[in-house]
Design a protein around this ligand. Structure first.
Ligand SMILES: O=C(O)CCC(=O)C(=O)O
Ligand SMILES: [Mn+2]
Length: 217
């Protein structure tokens, strides 16, 4: 699998606005997927401030899932915000969104600038330490439509996002470092052909908050 590091030049060929053309971008050359990573989309200063506010202001909840008939805590805290007429079912949990807050609207505006779509909801995950995780899955719920555009923003401790192809076992796993202030865009066939996860780690990692902006149809 190749991993292309594109620069501002190729981005301009893709029609990037002058406002964002200074950004470093890694456009991955992966079969059956469109994955674009901006490692420093938000500055460190912005990211640290946003992390504090999200930590304090978000209405974090501890959801449970059924596993072999037993109820267990999801290994992370979550929250669901967005346009209030859109509910969403996730791991058999029905999420009713809380209305947007100023800090979430600030992040949403910045992300939409580059994703060139309008998001109507965001799922937030809070990984308290290395024991928190999200296991292999695709963001392929029916409500998201066939080729969803998902913008994933990370603040706080760096974690690895892994990708594996669902059927082509010749393709190696792909691993991306999601740094403080990074923006990852997944679109096209990515969710149809690939799964992703944040595995647990025994390394000492700082708390991390991830937001995945989505469009619920
Ligand atoms: O925390 C991450 O980077 C991934 C989160 C994710 O995959 C999800 O919420 O669906
Ligand atoms: Mn996901």
């Amino acid at each position: 699998m190749q991993y292309d590091k594109d620069t501002q030049l190729s981005l301009n060929l893709w029609g990037q606005s002058a406002l964002t053309s200074h950004l470093q971008v890694d456009k991955l050359s992966v079969p059956d997927a469109e994955i674009i990573l901006y490692p420093s989309y938000f500055t460190e200063e912005e990211s640290d401030g946003i992390l504090q506010r999200l930590f304090m202001e978000v209405n974090w909840r501890q959801d449970k899932i059924k596993c072999y008939g037993k109820e267990i805590d999801l290994p992370r805290l979550t929250a669901w915000y967005g346009d209030t007429d859109k509910s969403y079912t996730y791991s058999n949990i029905v999420m009713n969104p809380i209305p947007w807050t100023p800090v979430l609207l600030f992040i949403k505006d910045r992300v939409e600038e580059i994703a060139q779509v309008s998001f109507n909801s965001v799922l937030l995950n809070f990984y308290r330490d290395g024991k928190d995780s999200i296991s292999w899955h695709s963001d392929d719920e029916q409500e998201l439509g066939k080729y969803p555009v998902i913008s994933s923003v990370s603040f706080g401790g760096e974690r690895k996002l892994q990708f594996r192809h669902k059927s082509n076992k010749n393709l190696k796993k792909l691993e991306l470092n999601l740094t403080n202030g990074s923006l990852l865009i997944m679109k096209g066939k990515t969710q149809e052909y690939w799964q992703h996860q944040i595995a647990k780690t025994s390394r000492t990692v700082m708390p991390r908050i991830n937001l995945t902006f989505r469009i619920i149809k």
